[in-house]
Design a protein around this ligand. Structure first.
Ligand SMILES: [Zn+2]
Ligand SMILES: [Zn+2]
Length: 679
């Protein structure tokens, strides 16, 4: 319809205005209700959802299930249809929450024969000399060993540990961190760590080069640093003993109490000295713990990743390369210069068992059916109801094991969602269907919404809009942020009008991608609006509590969102989807990485980087890539997931022509893409 009217000379603005005028509805709810009553209800719901009983609604907690039951009961009581998924309100599925070390796990280094002709064998003890890491997978292996220094390929740093080295189907030995760590002028971000230092980055880089297993080894700099800090603590304790002794000797005739206090003090300090001495001993050649490099593997990552004692690897490196690891590190610091080499004659033989933890999770779905000729079209209104539980890697206070109540994130959105449903049901039947969804697993990467988009209850191509509520509980100075105003032709004017009518000071963001569930829908070309009252210092912290919510603000947002929902449900035509320019790779944008212009498909679970689309006129589009493609190779790099792609892209610069291999309808196609400057 847009194209038809545009051809007759309508501008977008007048068109949008006309569209809104056509569908304008009276502002007052059908059943006017006292604001205090509504706020009392909102308050009670938000208070329950953010109570300690619900354990921060973390994936895997009983609290999350209690929240799901509560929301389902609310939906049912309101009169929504709640028996659409196998007769119930829950769209259930399994989610990986972490990893456990299974068994058996073995590692043996087999080396070239000695004088007796027998091959050398170094059998390592689990937990003492080696351990599999949770960021890797399970596997049985017998692979040639290659030393690849720090395992870094740095385009900007002009440094490549893999240059001229064949690691295909081999096990690579990688030092932690990076060269020149003591050098404030190091190209690797001075004395701070650069983007090349993280474990995952190194694992991705190894995978891209075709390696079949990774063995991490501590670098000398790290070992020295840990030793120095422990020695300092040990020395302080020793000095305190000396001081206490000096002080005591100055007392002429110590009383029994003074003796007792002195004895206790010295005993306590000696205990510390003993403890530090023990830690010092371990720190001379430490082993990473199983989760020391991260709690679980990246999507699709299944090859073994291990941590191994430096002392063991040092013997092998010395034998094969004629130099110790420490000597090689000194050499690498010069320049810096890679010193990678195959460890001739040596193989890594063994197996790892890493068990993924799966838990059942659920989206909660309630449906308000439409009536009439448009009843097969759907509007989704959603809010995630999960949060961070007791903290962990998603927390802004990651070391703290404490309930993260998530009153604003996203107790507020869930509460408002229920109120919007109540408001809409009170108006009776509407032309289009409205599906209310409380999403799970948002905090772990939009898992619930991605699942719904992959397995929708109603066809996605007939889903005409998605409204998302995430963190709407901290309205301050009437400031409301609305994302997605550019995702349909009509949305910008629509948001302007409602913002004015409801007295909000709205900041409009045209893009439809962002760190919440609307992203999953925009990936599937559904126009989206995302409502958000802004971030704050309690964001993702245990202090995001109920008493900080602005309940009257939530009531007003609920009223407006219900009104927008009704407007969309009644409109003669569905909103016209618009591709927002200047988008792509939103999951990890920015930096000095060249621009590629791809849109990730968060629902994909095949190995590779799945695209839901490509940015109009961007490099990927010009090269012939399209939505539905899965990138499996980028230049010489194998691509197993988005992380690998990000790492591979950073190795190129604007203007480079890169062969890109994609899986398309079961076939492999190689296209050439010319990269644009970073944006
Ligand atoms: Zn959130
Ligand atoms: Zn969050």
């Amino acid at each position: 319809m847009i194209r038809w009217m545009m051809a007759r000379g309508f501008s977008r603005c007048t068109l949008a205005a006309a569209w809104i005028a056509l569908v304008a509805v009276p502002l007052a709810p059908v059943v006017a209700e006292d604001a205090t009553a509504v706020e009392g209800r909102l308050s009670a719901t938000a208070k329950y959802l953010s109570s300690d009983e619900l354990e921060g609604r973390g994936v895997g907690t009983k609290g999350l299930d209690l929240a799901a039951d509560y929301i389902a009961e609310q939906f049912r009581t309101l009169g929504l249809k709640t028996e659409l998924v196998d007769g119930g309100p829950f769209q259930t599925f399994e989610m990986t929450t972490g990893s456990e070390l299974g068994s058996p796990n073995t590692l043996t280094f087999v080396g070239p024969g000695g004088e007796d002709g027998e091959p050398r064998k170094i059998e390592l003890a689990l937990d003492e000399q080696f351990t599999p890491l949770a960021i890797g997978g399970s596997g049985t292996f017998d692979l040639p060993l290659v030393f690849v220094g720090y395992g870094i390929t740095g385009k900007d740093e002009n440094y490549d540990d893999y240059e001229g080295i064949d690691v295909k189907d081999k096990a690579v030995v990688i030092l932690r961190h990076e060269p020149q760590q003591a050098n404030p002028h190091s190209v690797f971000n001075g004395t701070d760590h650069s983007e090349h230092a993280p474990f995952r980055r190194k694992v991705s880089n190894a995978f891209e080069h075709g390696a079949a297993a990774v063995i991490f080894c501590n670098d000398q700099f790290e070992v020295d640093k840990q030793l120095a800090s422990l020695r300092k603590r040990w020395q302080v304790a020793v000095d305190e003993i000396a001081e206490a002794s000096e002080r005591f000797k100055k007392i002429e005739k110590p009383s029994a109490d003074e003796w007792r206090a002195y004895e206790n003090k010295i005993a306590h300090l000696c205990e510390d000295v003993g403890k530090y001495a023990e830690q010092l001993d371990e720190a001379r050649d430490p082993l990473l713990p199983f989760r020391g490099a991260g709690p679980s593997a990246s999507e699709g990552r299944s090859f073994p990743v291990l941590s191994c004692q430096r002392g063991v690897l040092d013997q092998i490196v010395k034998q094969a390369m004629g130099m110790s690891l420490a000597e090689l590190e000194v050499e690498m610091d010069k320049g810096p210069t890679p010193r990678s080499a195959p460890l001739e004659g040596w193989r890594a033989v063994g197996e790892t068992h890493v068990e993924r933890h799966e838990v059942g999770v659920k989206n909660v779905v309630g449906v308000w059916e439409g009536e009439g000729p448009l009843a097969d079209e759907t509007i989704v209104i959603g809010a995630h109801y999960d949060h961070l539980g007791y903290g962990g890697s998603g927390s802004a206070a990651p070391g703290v094991h404490e309930i993260h109540n998530g009153a604003d994130d996203n107790g507020s959105g869930t509460t408002v969602l229920i109120e919007v449903a109540r408001d809409i049901v009170a108006r009776g039947k509407l032309p289009r269907r409205i599906v209310f969804i409380a999403f799970t697993g948002e905090e772990r990467g939009l898992v619930g919404s991605a699942r719904y988009v992959r397995e929708p209850l109603f066809p996605i191509d007939k889903t005409v809009a998605m409204l998302n509520l995430d963190m709407v509980g901290r309205l301050t100075d009437e400031k409301l942020i609305v994302h997605g105003t550019g995702t349909a032709t009509e949305f910008d004017a629509l948001v302007d009008r409602f913002g004015k009518d409801y007295g909000f000071d709205i900041t409009k963001k045209p893009g439809g991608f962002g760190p919440s569930d609307h992203s999953s829908f925009y990936s599937a070309k559904v126009p989206v609006l995302f409502f958000f009252t802004g971030s704050h210092k309690d964001y993702h912290r245990p202090s995001d509590d109920f008493d900080k919510l602005n309940i009257p603000g939530m009531r007003r947002i609920a009223e407006m969102v219900a009104e927008i929902g009704v407007t969309l449900a009644k409109a003669d035509t569905r909103p016209a989807y618009k591709e927002v320019q200047d988008m792509g790779e939103i999951a990890r944008s920015g930096g000095d990485r060249p621009y590629f212009g791809s849109i990730p498909d968060f629902a994909g679970d095949e190995p590779g980087y799945a695209l839901s689309g490509v940015a109009k006129g961007g490099p990927a589009a010009r090269g012939g890539l399209q939505g539905g493609d899965t990138i499996v190779k980028f230049g010489d790099s194998k691509i197993g997931n988005l992380e690998d792609f990000d790492s591979a892209l950073r190795k190129y610069k604007a203007g480079d022509k890169v062969p890109v291999t994609v899986k398309r309808d079961g076939d492999e196609v190689t296209l050439e893409v010319t990269l644009d400057p970073p944006r």
